[in-house]
Design a protein around this ligand. Structure first.
Ligand SMILES: Cc1cc2nc3c(=O)[nH]c(=O)nc-3n(C[C@H](O)[C@H](O)[C@H](O)COP(=O)(O)OP(=O)(O)OC[C@H]3O[C@@H](n4cnc5c(N)ncnc54)[C@H](O)[C@@H]3O)c2cc1C
Length: 390
């Protein structure tokens, strides 16, 4: 039997690696588990807003981020374009974050490895292991069960953090089936990389058009002629479609506004599909006896933009603070850690609600999208949401 850890973090994506970094920096004994070795890809649009970069700077990642930018791994952004069905375009500029940070298109292969490596350098112990679920004794989580190197393993901890993303083994085991995400608060999305496209330098592009509402297609530049390209749709509407996401992406590439910019017909690579759980669903439980959920495992993705990295980091900070207080009081019960649910609500809910309402309006009144894009300015809540919650 291994020693009991203070904290086990399941999943070393942005939410898990950030939680592990903060707690390790505070002197706790943290075991960070992920089914994959790093660097690893994660299906994503890769757009990271300045606010998220600011959080990472405060954890000591400034030098790593700057080095990755100088190597061309992270692509700095200056603005965005939102394009309506009739081709109206709203342009807006990104503002620097509080600590002068920029927004980036940061392929997750590089971006996630920076944070995971920082957690390890801060002192967290990393092991590659596929967690199959929490170990529950007398109604409280006391550890996790996993497969590592072909062997079954059990690790124990005072607190388990579920940071294993949208298909979280911890969430599935702890959240009652009747209280999980429903289809109208979920989405599916397809992402690919393209190396022969004329980009708008420094600008991310969002395309809202009738066939894809409530959802959008995107072109997020990663280099001079390369981009992350994809599209996403609300799950309840996608289920009624006869088309696959790949067919829809091919149609997007065939639209004149994109087709004319493809140098060799649009060669796609690394195409992959993944799910998104929105933070717009009310009353989901994130705290359990001895366990807490962060990032996509809790379901904190913005329902309008599909952006979840910033919210993952926000929830990681709040979870780390809660766990620190709980460990100090030697009480990791749900009651002791419940404040986390309220703090997440306070930090994220207004934006989630506003974004869901905009998304619903676009769906109900598609003809309004042209009007909205044409007349909304840089300071509108539409522009602000896309700029800050990419
Ligand atoms: C197609 C698509 C496009 C998106 N575009 C954007 C965007 O442009 N900007 C943005 O901000 N957000 C975007 N998002 C959302 C964003 O990807 C997520 O919100 C973000 O990755 C959440 O981080 P996380 O750390 O919570 O989870 P993840 O990044 O999913 O990390 C979870 C980690 O847990 C590990 N894991 C999973 N299961 C287990 C297990 N059983 N045992 C051990 N380890 C496990 C995984 O390997 C992974 O490393 C997009 C999502 C999709 C699907």
């Amino acid at each position: 039997m291994e020693r009991e850890r203070d904290v086990i973090v399941v999943g070393a994506g942005p939410a898990g690696a950030t939680t592990a970094t903060i707690l390790t920096q505070q002197g706790y004994d943290v075991l960070l588990l992920d089914r994959k070795a790093f660097p690893r890809d994660k299906t994503c649009g890769d757009a990271v807003p300045a606010g998220a970069i600011g959080i990472l700077y405060r954890l000591g990642l400034q030098e790593k981020v700057e080095t990755a930018v100088s190597r061309g791994e992270l692509y700095p952004l200056t603005g965005m374009r939102l394009v309506s069905p009739s081709g109206h375009t709203m342009q807006a500029e990104f503002h620097k974050g509080e600590s002068g940070t920029d927004s980036y298109v940061a392929p997750r292969l590089y971006f996630d490895a920076l944070i995971q490596q920082h957690a390890v350098e801060s002192g967290a112990e990393f092991q590659q292991a596929q967690v199959t679920g929490p170990v529950v004794e007398d109604g409280r989580v006391i550890g996790v069960r996993a497969k590592a190197n072909g062997n079954s393993k059990t690790w124990q901890a005072k607190v388990v953090v579920g940071a294993d993303g949208v298909t979280s083994s911890i969430t599935r085991a702890l959240r009652p089936k009747t209280a999980q995400h429903i289809d109208k608060h979920r989405a599916v999305a397809l992402r690919a990389y393209i190396d022969d496209i004329e980009i708008y330098p420094g600008e991310v592009e969002f395309y809202l058009y009738n066939e894809i509402l409530p959802g959008y297609a995107w072109v997020f530049p990663t280099g001079e002629h390369s981009a992350n390209i994809g599209l996403g749709m609300r799950l309840d509407h996608f289920r009624g479609r006869k088309q696959s996401l790949e067919e829809m992406l091919r149609q997007f590439l065939a639209m004149p506004v994109i087709k004319k910019r493809l140098k060799e017909g649009g060669k796609l690579r690394n195409m992959a599909t993944w799910q998104l759980n929105f933070g717009s669903q009310k009353q989901l439980q994130h705290v359990y006896e001895g366990a807490i959920l962060v990032g996509d495992a809790a379901g904190f993705i913005n329902p309008l933009t599909g952006g979840g990295i910033h919210n993952s980091l926000v929830s990681a900070q709040l979870a780390a603070k809660t766990i620190h207080n709980a460990l100090a009081q030697r009480d990791t019960s749900r009651k002791s850690m419940l404040g986390y649910e309220q703090e997440c609500h306070d930090a994220l809910w207004d934006n989630m609600k506003r974004s869901f309402n905009i998304q619903r309006t676009l769906l109900r009144f598609p003809s309004l999208v042209d009007w909205l894009v044409k007349w909304s300015g840089e300071n509108s809540s539409l522009a602000k949401t896309f700029l800050t919650k990419l």
